[in-house]
Design a protein around this ligand. Structure first.
Ligand code: GLA
Length: 510
């Protein structure tokens, strides 16, 4: 070997040992785990981790949110600027991220279709940023005994549809006050359910803590109980809830004990963040874990499963101790969303029974996105479906017409009928759908729905229901028809007629 060459190699190696591996590149190296924390305003933060790998002008990596991790697409770097997306340009719902690096801080503009741009600041995080805890293997399956609760579909209120992350203890108290004062409690609405965003984190002993919106959960439960109502809470089997708050992962038993100590009567348990650790096929076992934990507390706590109807939950929800299970994705306050969900529940009807209900999601009645006619249809359809009736509007401030819809005793009685059958679609005639629900004592609820854009003239006859010896009551008009033989009406666009037909018990003739 040539001595000069050797000297050159040694010199280069020494230089490499005392100098950075590369000279400072013209463009900065973005390779890192970049952490963005946005304050939620309650002492918690929503964290997004951008895992970036730069090679020349190409960026690869992933975007980690509390409930998802997705690879980035089309990542490029140009000087101090960069851009990447959550999906290729062919996906109309993709989110585009455009950023610049100044010193050690990134500024990223998030461009979501149909939403205002959002600007995030991100800094280099530790290697642990965004990493998941170790996966705890799900338990072996067994049947959790029935807790004896929810013999009729649960009724109450839930904070999510109207308040989202803006719910706090004062609002929950005021809602309880309203329910006790405005007749809702007396009409059967019992549970006052706090949805996502009450959590803070864990104390040194691992117990779940509340954020500053809920300074004293036990005092809140006492207050709600003092109003003759019950208090519900929300969590996730994952490390994080859907809104990115602390979940129950690895703390199921401890959390159940905490809920019981606070005086909680109802738990909605939402899959979200669990999807990063478990497959859908693990769901049953993962839900069973909380079913067991709730049972072990000895406190009666309604168990509400929220996993959007995946894995045919109606076939195993009762086995894990579930009293109700969501059958769909989230409802929106629109005719399109409500009717798509509501009219799509027919086939799973046989799985509903006392103690165990299909849940097509909470009510949107009164939230403003539908007409009164449509809200009556919403309420009627949910009653025929024996669906949980969880009002989702601001009960402190509601028009009398909305209160009338929510507290219609005849409609509630159809939902709460002790036979516990879910109604079914009997027939469809163009835009008109006829649904029936068998009620205790041989009575029958009949819903005549018009899904069309214009009014529909509809006639129904008693013989198609095998119930010609009955009295019919129109639940919305309050009109009764002795000797129901047929019923003819013009049903408004998106409207309903909901009848209850009661067989007439004739006194035997001697
Ligand atoms: C999911 C659920 C909703 C609500 C939110 C809260 O989207 O389906 O009902 O609980 O999470 O983050």
């Amino acid at each position: 070997m040539n001595a000069n060459f050797f000297r050159t190699v040694v010199a280069a190696t020494l230089a490499a040992a005392v100098m950075p591996m590369r000279e400072t590149p013209a463009a900065p190296d973005l390779t890192a785990r970049w952490v963005s924390r946005v304050a939620n305003g309650d002492g918690t933060f929503r964290e997004t981790v951008f895992v970036l790998n730069q090679q020349g002008r190409t960026l690869t990596g992933s975007i980690i949110n509390p409930s998802s991790e997705q690879p980035i697409a089309e990542g490029t770097v140009e000087g101090n600027s960069f851009t990447f997306a959550s999906a290729p340009a062919t996906n109309p719902r993709r989110v585009v991220y455009r950023g610049t690096l100044a010193g050690d801080e990134m500024t990223i503009t998030v461009v979501r279709p149909g939403r205002p741009d959002q600007t995030l600041a991100a800094t280099r995080g530790p290697d642990s940023a965004g990493r998941l805890p170790e996966r705890i293997p799900p338990p072996a399956l067994h049947a959790v005994p029935d807790n004896g609760l929810a013999r009729t579909p649960p009724m109450g209120w839930n904070s999510w549809n109207h308040f989202r992350g803006m719910v706090d203890a004062a609002t929950v108290r005021a809602i309880a006050d309203a329910m006790a004062a405005n007749g809702m409690r007396d009409a059967g609405y019992l549970y006052v359910n706090i949805d996502d965003t009450w959590e803070l984190g864990r104390d040194a002993a691992g117990h779940i803590t509340t954020n500053r919106k809920f300074p004293d959960m036990k005092a809140l439960a006492d207050y709600v109980h003092g109003k003759g109502l019950q208090l519900g809470i929300y969590s996730s089997p994952g490390p994080f809830t859907c809104a990115g708050y602390e979940g129950s992962y690895g703390h199921e038993e401890d959390d159940a004990r905490t809920y019981a100590a606070w005086g909680i009567d109802y738990l909605k348990y939402d899959w979200c963040g669990a999807g990063r650790l478990y497959k859908d096929s693990d769901m049953q076992a993962v839900y069973q874990k909380m079913g067991d934990a709730l049972r072990a507390t000895g406190r009666p706590i309604v168990f509400s499963l929220c996993q959007y109807g995946r894995q045919e939950v109606w076939k195993w929800g009762a086995e894990v101790g579930g009293n109700l299970w969501r059958t769909t994705g989230d409802i929106q306050d629109s005719w399109e969303s409500m009717s798509r969900i509501g009219f799509n529940q027919d086939e799973i009807s046989p799985f509903a029974k006392p103690g165990h209900w299909n849940d097509p999601d909470m009510l949107e009645v009164g939230n403003g996105g539908m007409t009164e006619i449509e809200y009556r249809t919403h309420m009627s359809l949910w009653a025929l479906l024996a669906a949980p009736l969880l009002a989702g509007n601001d009960l402190r401030d509601m028009k009398p017409e909305i209160l009338k819809i929510l507290t219609n005793r005849d409609v509630i009685a159809i939902d709460q009928d002790p036979l516990g059958r879910q109604g079914r679609r009997l027939r469809t005639d163009g835009d008109v759908e006829i649904w029936t629900k068998a009620l205790a004592g041989g009575s029958l609820a009949i819903g005549v729905f018009n899904r069309g854009a214009g009014p529909a003239q509809v006639t129904i006859k008693c013989d198609e229901f095998q119930l010609c010896d009955g009295e019919a009551r129109d639940t919305w008009s309050g009109v009764s028809y002795v000797h129901f033989t047929s019923y003819a009406a013009s049903i408004a666009s998106h409207g309903v007629a909901l009848l209850r037909v009661t067989p007439l018990h004739r006194v035997p003739q001697f």
